[in-house]
Design a binder for this molecule. Structure first.
Ligand SMILES: NC(=O)c1ccc[n+]([C@@H]2O[C@H](COP(=O)([O-])OP(=O)(O)OC[C@H]3O[C@@H](n4cnc5c(N)ncnc54)[C@H](O)[C@@H]3O)[C@@H](O)[C@H]2O)c1
Length: 446
């Protein structure tokens, strides 16, 4: 049943749950760029130190006059009611998303959730059912859709430049800064993140669904932990190990370590906050108890009958992706080197310029190569955005919080997109376990 809210308020009221590194994009958009129309009314997290850190930053950096009221998870309902929240933004640890998404809708709120919408099929079904029952709106913040280069690929494919897409070859590389970071934190436990097939590849599977305007039908996959983890390092001859980096002499000159005390944000958000919840942000990537894969190969058949081969590698010397679409009238190829980053950090890692000199570039900009059958190849200039996630973050915020704009390419993602994108990864996880192909329609009922 849809609950109608009072329209007497001038500003839309927002609460945000999960005040880690990613919350920055949303809180700063609401408190700075969209403060004329939006009010960030409440923060909710299990960790008070993290919320206090942000309140201090809001005061010093954004001149926010009063601390934003803070709440613990058991005060979620009271928070929603007290501040008459219109929209809840969910940026907590992945395995907790469904709880807040569902409860927010039951309390009459709309939801903006970070990816992945959730981590497995039962939680996904519960979200879909709750959305149907309440009629509230869910937006899944797929920022990559908004990056100009990704939008350009969507545009080209929809114009039919290669005819009907018959197959896709897609390789995504995470480098030894960004990729390694998933093996230091809660993501390394599959129960928290669904593994990188869900946590990370949800972006990539969403892009493919959206680029080719089709949906996954059957998935088959192999995955392994072959690089990170103690046993792999031992096999390569490593002899000395540590559990976490902080104050450990073995970690001081280790390129795989993260030095939290050298970064204001890592220190304020995680090191100074760990006494409350035991969240260790700097565990060794060569430690025990890593239950996620670092190398994953997936085959997907889509309802359109298009076939995809996809590979995710997490220990690469460079970060970015290579994709090729084969169509009835030609082939579209695109390579992109992305800027590596470490979530929640203001640290400059002095990353060397490792741009692939052999990738197809024109005026130093990545371009797309269009090879139509029987024709000479043509370089198509691809626009590049500035800022987080290839310029996607800023555009996503404008779409979420700014004036409504036409959406001819269907950038706005809802719970169906959120579900379809994670279900490819959920199916891949199942296929890792069973060695069998998995049909998406057997996982949830839409
Ligand atoms: N779209 C993107 O490009 C992008 C980038 C980074 C992160 N993310 C997503 O944002 C979310 C947060 O990631 P992050 O990097 O900020 O992680 P983080 O570890 O920095 O923050 C997670 C926060 O969740 C809180 N939390 C944990 N359990 C909770 C609970 N039960 N209730 C409330 N809060 C709880 C933690 O205390 C912490 O503050 C994840 O879902 C991640 O996938 C998306």
């Amino acid at each position: 049943m849809k609950t109608t809210r009072s329209k007497t308020k001038t500003k839309r009221q927002y609460a945000i749950v999960g005040l880690g590194g990613r919350s920055f994009m949303f809180t700063h958009a609401l408190l700075k760029d969209y403060k004329d129309r939006a009010c960030l009314a409440a923060l909710c997290d299990i960790n008070q130190t993290r919320m206090n850190f942000w309140n201090q930053k809001f005061a010093t950096d954004l001149k926010v006059p009063q601390p934003i009221p803070t709440y613990r998870p058991d005060q979620f309902d009271a928070m929603i009611r007290k501040h008459k929240i219109d929209t809840v933004i969910v940026t907590s640890m992945d395995r907790t998303h469904h709880r807040y998404i569902i409860r927010a809708m039951e309390l009459g709120c709309d939801v903006i959730t970070e990816k992945p919408m959730t981590i497995d099929a039962p939680r996904c079904q519960a979200i879909l059912d709750a959305q149907k029952a309440t009629g509230r709106e869910i937006r899944v913040s797929f920022n990559y859709r908004y990056a100009p280069h990704n939008l350009k690929l969507r545009e080209l494919i929809s114009q039919g430049v290669i005819g009907r897409v018959l197959s896709i070859h897609f390789e995504w590389l995470l480098d030894t800064h960004h990729g390694a970071d998933y093996f230091r934190r809660w993501h390394r436990d599959k129960n928290n993140s669904g593994g990188l097939m869900v946590h990370k590849a949800t972006h990539h599977f969403d892009l493919v669904n959206w680029w080719i305007q089709s949906l996954p039908e059957t998935v088959f996959a192999f995955g392994k932990l072959g690089f990170y983890g103690r046993e792999n390092a031992e096999e390569r001859g490593q002899l000395k190990f540590y559990d976490r980096c902080h104050e450990n002499p073995l970690a001081q000159n280790d390129p795989w370590a993260i030095q939290m005390d050298k970064s204001e944000y890592l220190k304020g958000l995680y090191l100074n906050a760990e006494h409350e919840d035991g969240y260790l942000r700097d565990q060794s990537v060569f430690g025990h108890n890593i239950s996620i894969e670092d190398d994953m190969a997936v085959l997907v058949r889509y309802h359109s009958q298009a076939l995809m081969t996809y590979h995710l590698t997490t220990y690469s010397p460079w970060e970015g992706y290579r994709i090729a679409f084969n169509g009835t009238e030609g082939r579209l190829e695109f390579n992109l080197e992305e800027k590596s980053y470490v979530s929640g950090s203001d640290q400059d890692f002095n990353l060397p310029d490792r741009r692939d000199t052999e990738s197809i570039e024109m005026d130093n900009k990545p371009v797309c190569l269009l090879r139509r059958q029987w024709c000479k190849p043509v370089k198509v200039a691809i626009p590049q955005g500035q800022g987080g996630h290839g310029g996607g973050d800023e555009r996503l915020c404008a779409d979420l919080f700014g004036d409504p704009q036409p959406d001819p390419f269907g950038l706005r993602a809802n719970q169906i997109d959120g579900a379809r994108s994670i279900l490819t990864g959920v199916a891949a996880n199942q296929s890792f376990r069973t060695g069998l192909p998995v049909r998406i329609d057997d996982l949830v009922k839409f």
